[in-house]
Design a binder for this molecule. Structure first.
Ligand SMILES: Nc1ncnc2c1ncn2[C@@H]1O[C@H](COP(=O)(O)OP(=O)(O)OP(=O)(O)O)[C@@H](O)[C@H]1O
Ligand SMILES: [Mg+2]
Length: 466
């Protein structure tokens, strides 16, 4: 029997195991071959010497098995790495010499993680395991660095199956529970955002957006429909499996600027606790970049493409510069990834497109089944105004509400505009009067009014003109 210590370069647990078995068999094969050859050609003493050397290469090694857990798995994040990192946070002891501490804007506490070079000893069902955080140099560029972190897990090789079958599962479970407890929704964008890569990889930060469905001024029935739709979506894992559909959902948000499309995306993310990937198409040059980025997004996430009409237009203009067929980002490329490749390589994915001009969109995007729900975000209604008044002024009724309701039915004002007016004063009377003035001005189309009296007069005049 020869024992080997394999250092598989792959990070997948299953393929690690396969490599292990294959390598053992290969070495056994080589040794028996050498035995066969040496017995024919080489004197017996030399034979013994050679075999002892060759055998020693392996048999003198310890029976220790080391699994390497890479930070990246090709272009995508290695979930096992993340899980291990989080799990190791629970194993920190005062005897460690170096630890890493950090705090992200929306986190309510500091995070302590193990720094490279530190070791952690763990015991699981009687098995002793050693964790070690290391750093290796690499030719690939990850987030602007030429090194990547690797976590090593060592144990006696006879526990291989148990470690892979139960221990790593256990590590994943513990880390998931910790993540759920400290859940902070992340926003990932292209380019440099702290941890972000200038190399065109995702950089992420905590999504520091307070938007929630409660605070959103939108048609109450539509809001309810959307929340129900999201609830149904996350509940239906088995349904999607059963009908053989990828577990994803697409939403198209359309409406004028300032009606809350971006806020709605944040509200969805905060509601579901899904991370958001802000995919800016103008910084992507071709379909393969797009593919790489989409493949490296995680499960339980929302990919947002804002202003889809402009993004595609921009790409078309650039297209002139990129003549070679595949060096180009195309709408059909985008749709292919959304329908095909990307959607089948992950779970619980939501994609959101926003646009100010639904009519300008390529009909391919609007085809039934492509975006599951089209959501119209529109000008502020009286019921929307109630939500804003309660958000900004903490009031649920006021004498001036009736007049404002009337104006809102005649004037197109976005929730963003109303919100801006309501923020002008903490005094509800002043703020609401200011809002009335603003709406009346808008109704007139122009002109500045000085006093409420004049406004009332102008309003009547205006009405009689109509
Ligand atoms: N429906 C809304 N409910 C509550 N607040 C809103 C709403 N719409 C806009 N606001 C306020 O206006 C600001 C701008 O809105 P937001 O960025 O969500 O609009 P948008 O529709 O995405 O605009 P654009 O088309 O320009 O991207 C928000 O931060 C929020 O304070
Ligand atoms: Mg927006």
């Amino acid at each position: 029997m020869f024992s080997v210590k394999t250092i598989p370069s792959t990070t997948s647990v299953l393929s690690t195991y396969t490599t292990f078995t294959a390598t053992t068999m290969l070495i056994r094969g080589v040794i028996s071959e050498v035995k066969a050859i040496t017995s024919q050609l080489i004197p017996t003493r030399l034979q013994a010497f050679l075999l002892s050397k060759l055998g020693g290469l392996y048999s003198n090694r310890s029976s220790q098995m080391t699994l390497l857990i890479d930070e990246y798995n090709g272009y995508s994040i290695n979930e096992l790495y993340e899980a291990s990192e989080i799990y190791l946070q629970t194993k920190i002891t005062p005897s460690m010499e170096r630890l890493k501490v950090s705090k992200a804007p929306r986190d309510n506490k500091v995070t302590v993680t193990i720094e490279k070079g530190e070791e952690v000893i763990d015991v699981f069902e009687g098995i002793q395991l050693k964790w070690e955080v290391t750093c290796v140099e690499t030719n690939e560029n990850h987030q602007g660095k030429n090194e990547k972190r690797v976590i090593e897990l060592s144990f006696h090789n006879r526990f291989m199956e148990k470690v892979i079958g139960s221990y790593l599962e256990y590590v994943m479970e513990i880390s998931k529970a910790i993540q759920e407890k400290n859940q902070v929704v992340k926003l990932s964008s292209l380019g440099d955002m702290g941890g972000g890569g200038m190399d065109g990889s995702w950089g992420s930060t905590n999504l520091d957006h307070p938007a929630t469905f409660d605070k959103l001024a939108m048609d109450p029935a539509l809001k309810k429909e959307l929340i129900d739709d999201l609830d149904r979506f996350v509940r239906r894992r088995n349904f999607y499996k059963k009908v053989g559909k990828a577990w994803k959902r697409g939403y198209l948000l359309y409406g004028p600027p300032g009606t809350g499309k971006s806020s709605l995306v944040a509200a969805m993310a905060n509601y579901l606790k899904f991370n958001v990937y802000d995919l800016e198409l103008s910084s992507i040059y071709n379909n393969s970049d797009l593919r790489r980025l989409l493949v490296s997004t995680r499960n339980r996430s929302i990919v947002v493409i804002e202003d889809i009409d402009c993004s595609i237009e921009l790409q078309d203009r650039q297209a002139g510069g990129y003549e070679e067929g595949n060096r180009q980002l195309t709408l059909s490329g985008l749709l292919n990834f959304i329908d095909g490749l990307w959607s089948s390589c992950g779970d619980e994915r939501i994609i959101v497109f926003t646009t100010n001009h639904k009519d300008k969109l390529d009909p391919a995007l609007l085809r039934p089944g492509r975006m599951d729900m089209h959501i119209h975000m529109s000008y502020c209604t009286p019921s929307g105004f109630r939500v804003l008044a309660s958000n900004y002024l903490d009031i649920t009724s006021h004498d001036l509400f009736h007049e404002i309701d009337q104006l809102l039915m005649e004037v197109e004002a976005t929730p963003a505009e109303i919100a801006e007016e309501l923020m002008r004063s903490e005094d509800a009377d002043i703020a609401l009067e200011g809002l009335i003035k603003f709406l009346q001005n808008k109704k007139l189309g122009s002109g500045k009014l000085d006093s409420i009296g004049e406004e009332a007069g102008l309003k009547e005049e205006n009405e009689s003109n109509e």
